[in-house]
Design a protein around this ligand. Structure first.
Ligand code: SF4
Length: 439
């Protein structure tokens, strides 16, 4: 009988090394992994503990569990296998889920410490998996299917020692686009699934949290659904962040509706300022609206903009770093989430680079999106790493953080400008203390 389940979100070795310095702020800023909370919510008759290793110290040699589930991103695979081996030695079954498992199930199962894996959204296969383990007939691979539903962190499962002020919410699953470098289409079998608008609004209304973060990969993946959702959110008194594709800014009425519905920030995958790369990477949705005008339109409605950037595409040379910094300043972007292009094993892009002899390491702990793991075409690996580090340091320099605060007060209001500046200062301070970028 599986009575005690422990679900683990592991941490990188850099975060583990600095964990003591991060604990205080993290307890308020972070919420346990929403996918793990969904699993906890799907295990009502069992005792479930969620461990976020970035925050919580635990000893795998003495932790009590009948079953351990670990969500594994590729860069965390070495740590996940390390933990699995300790549990396996103690006779505890270990199940892997997450992007690493979905992309490379054979790699995960090559470790005898991993009893079975779930590909895709684990909640869709969870009950079958538990029943099979209890009947001692567990399969090696389970295929989790995306299911229409709503997951809200403050409702799905107890948050244990955490005191997050923001509720994480997931309404839709998957993305309607298929950018070449992205793992989301593989994770959800290229599907986009949404519940009814009424179901979504009822679930949101049931949480007392006023601040929400929609973790949907693209909240506007279905524009009809999105418009109805935003119309229903008006008057609920919630303030929220979301992720959306750049075409959100093409429609002024949609942006106005989002603002009236309580949207205070949106994260957009800009990826690069070189439109030839959008074409090559199948990111054509970024052609829908001129970048600076898109950011301006969102600002005009009091919405902060965080831009996702990736460095290291084949068209990138050493000038990309200064050009990107110029763009970030000109467009008055509020946050920049910068990454190094990472060819995850299991993606066609990885196969291509392997054939070209450009993969530099198979050490998966380096597949974090903050380290160079392949040979770039128009610069050296060191130039890519140094240029990337410089962009992050410069964007979060005190000079730029202060400048952004001053220019954000008028369009965004004092509280959003201060929020943006505080977020920038936290990154600046972490970098100055030698903490990892993703701390
Ligand atoms: S739009 Fe975003 S989530 Fe969707 S496939 Fe492209 S990068 Fe991935």
């Amino acid at each position: 009988m599986v009575r005690k389940i422990v679900l683990i979100d592991p941490a990188t070795r850099q975060v583990l090394a600095h964990r003591g310095q991060l604990d205080g702020l993290r307890r308020f800023r972070y919420c346990p992994h929403l996918g793990l909370q969904a699993l906890a919510g799907a295990s009502p008759s069992r005792e479930v503990r969620i461990i976020d290793e970035r925050l919580e110290r635990f000893d795998p040699a003495s932790l009590e569990a009948d079953l351990v589930g670990i969500t594994v991103r590729t860069g965390l695979a070495p740590r996940a296998h390390e933990l699995a081996r300790v549990f396996h030695q103690r006779g505890i079954s270990v199940v892997f889920g997450g992007p690493y498992t979905t992309l490379t199930p054979d790699l995960a199962l090559a470790d005898p410490a991993v009893r079975c894996v779930v590909r895709g959204p684990a909640v869709g296969a969870w009950n079958d998996l538990l029943a099979d383990i209890e009947a001692n007939r567990a399969q090696r691979v389970y295929e989790g299917k995306a299911q229409a539903g709503v997951t809200i962190s403050h409702v799905a499962a107890p948050t244990g020692p955490y005191r997050p002020s923001t509720a994480l919410v997931q309404i839709t699953q998957g993305c309607n686009f298929k950018c070449s470098f992205c793992v989301i289409p593989s994770l959800y079998e290229e599907r986009f699934v949404a519940p009814s608008v009424e179901q979504a609004l009822a679930a949101i209304a049931s949480t007392e949290a006023r601040l929400l973060a929609f973790v949907d990969d693209n909240l506007i993946g279905n524009l009809v659904f999105a418009r109805q959702l935003f119309a229903g959110l008006r008057g609920m008194g919630k303030r929220w962040f979301c992720q959306a594709t750049l075409n959100v800014a093409r429609d002024p009425a949609l942006v106005a509706l989002m603002s009236e519905a309580g949207c205070v920030g949106v994260n957009i995958g800009i990826e690069t300022i070189n439109s030839a790369i959008w074409e090559q990477q199948n990111k054509r949705q970024n052609f829908s609206c001129e970048l600076t005008a898109a950011i301006q339109r969102l600002h005009d409605h009091g919405i902060c903009v965080s831009g996702g950037f990736i460095f290291g595409f084949d068209q990138d040379d050493v000038t990309v770093f200064d050009r990107s910094l110029d763009f970030m300043a000109r467009s008055k972007l509020d946050f920049a989430a910068c990454h190094i292009l990472t060819p995850y094993p299991g993606l066609p892009f990885h196969e291509q680079l392997k054939r070209e002899g450009r993969i530099l390491t198979d050490d998966l702990s380096r597949y974090s999106t903050y380290e160079v793991v392949f040979q770039p075409l128009q610069m050296s690996p060191d130039q890519l790493q140094e240029g990337f580090n410089r962009v992050v340091r410069e964007f979060y320099s005190i000079r730029r953080v202060c400048r952004r605060f001053v220019s954000a007060v008028q369009p965004l209001g004092l509280s959003s400008a201060a929020f943006s500046a505080f977020g920038g200062y936290v990154v600046h301070s972490n970098l100055n203390r030698g903490l990892p970028i993703h701390a």
